[in-house]
Design a protein around this ligand. Structure first.
Ligand code: NAD
Length: 376
């Protein structure tokens, strides 16, 4: 019987867990045994007893890892902590392959087959397995809620006997999964919302959510969706045009949410100190990219920095701030992935070498680093 181990996360600030009671039950229904490290779900509001009630065994890490065939994590565990697992066991987690490149080598040496869930290709078949989407969606929501909570004014327009409160103006920069949810959330709270991106396909998406699209017109951006839905580094000419456009728009905004990312690169700088200085005191900027280098000059992870009277904030790990929901979706992403490759006869998941998903997510196998993106 294939054994699945669920580890308690050890990274600082990580509150999520890689399996929920629901997915534990589903894995067991597929014929697996599941062993959960004691306390693994506590910070995501899941008790040991809930896992046990679904049929998991709960124990200390050595017992959980002993003879494990599949090890689940939200982030990659310390390679030194990985002991006693079955030879060639799979490590299925968000492994931050570019950021933690040296650790990938250690996983290879340790003899695990490391599968990086953030490398899941953006194809229809893999949509339900995509941890970046599920986590970004909730992060986009949370960014707006957190910005609203430190903003010293209200979001919606209110007409009261004592006078009128005007609606907040919110500007969303970067309209991927997080940005779309940020637009929707700011709209629900009653803000007047505008948004921008470098990919032209987002224009229609912005407008369909009832927000105003603010786009660079004189220099071409990225046609359509962009490869795999991802942006690339823009030309200097584009950057200059974008900076000019942002400068004229941002001074009138109360709330700015930045979400721009480029895979495998530091986050693009979208807001300069001079632009911050042009904003009204009391405005709030939430930099969702702060952990990837930041879109905003001067933003610091997990701090509210006040510059020119503007509050600049962002979390090192935004999904960890709504761990119950993000864990539930992350867990389903992992289950959807493993169950899609479940081989009934073998009684375990099997990854065909020639599958597009295998090629994309497999980092290590048989003691070697095998992923093209890491070897390039
Ligand atoms: P992301 O997190 O990589 O980037 C966030 C956004 O920032 C993107 O929209 C990007 O274009 C934008 N950006 C980058 N540089 C910028 C700059 N200099 N200025 C302004 N904006 C900039 O993106 P994401 O949220 O992961 O998703 C991107 C796209 O992929 C979306 O259209 C989404 O619908 C699509 N997607 C498809 C699938 C699938 O089909 N399986 C899954 C997930 C996402």
């Amino acid at each position: 019987m294939v054994k699945i181990a669920v580890l308690k996360e050890t990274a600082a600030g990580e509150t999520r867990v890689a399996a929920s009671p629901e997915t534990v039950k589903k894995f067991i229904a597929l014929g697996a045994s599941v062993s959960v490290e004691s306390g693994a779900g506590l910070l995501a509001s899941v008790s040991d007893a809930e896992y046990e009630a679904m049929g998991a065994s709960v124990g200390a890490s050595p017992a959980v890892l002993k003879d494990a065939d599949i090890i689940l994590g939200v982030q990659g565990p310390d390679p030194k902590a990985l002991k006693g697992f079955a030879p060639g066991a799979w490590l299925v987690a968000g492994l931050d392959p570019f950021g933690q490149r040296a650790r990938v080598d250690e996983y290879a040496k340790a003899g695990v087959e490391a599968l990086a869930m953030e490398f899941m290709p953006r194809i229809t078949r893999a949509q339900s397995m995509d941890i970046l989407s599920s986590q970004s969606n909730l992060a986009g929501y949370k960014a707006v809620i957190e910005a609203a909570s430190v903003y010293g004014r209200a979001f919606p327009m209110m007409m009261t006997a004592a006078g009128t409160v005007s609606a907040a103006k919110a500007f969303i920069m970067g309209v991927g999964v997080a940005g779309l949810q940020a637009i929707a959330t700011a709209r629900r709270l009653g803000a007047q919302v505008s948004a921008t991106d470098v990919r032209s396909a987002t224009k229609e998406q912005i407008e369909s959510l009832g927000a105003k699209a603010i786009f660079v017109e004189n220099v071409a951006g990225i046609e359509g969706e962009g490869a795999g839905g991802y942006a690339t580094e823009m030309s200097d000419e584009y950057k200059a045009a974008q900076a000019e456009l942002v400068s004229s728009h941002i001074a009138k905004q109360d709330i700015v949410i930045t979400t721009a990312l480029i895979p495998g690169r530091p986050a693009p700088r979208l807001i300069s100190d001079a632009q911050i200085a042009s904003m009204k005191p009391g405005s709030v900027i939430f930099d969702l990219a702060v952990a990837q280098g930041g879109n905003v000059e001067g933003s610091k992870p997990d701090e509210v920095v006040v510059k020119h009277g503007v509050k600049i904030m962002g979390y090192a790990n935004t999904p960890a701030h709504l761990a119950a929901d993000t864990s539930a979706l992350f867990s389903r992403n992992l289950f959807n992935f493993l169950s899609a490759f479940w081989d009934k006869e073998a009684g375990k998941p099997v990854l065909p070498d020639d599958d597009e998903i295998t090629a994309a997510i497999r980092l290590t196998k048989d003691g070697k680093v095998v992923n093209e993106r890491l070897l390039a």
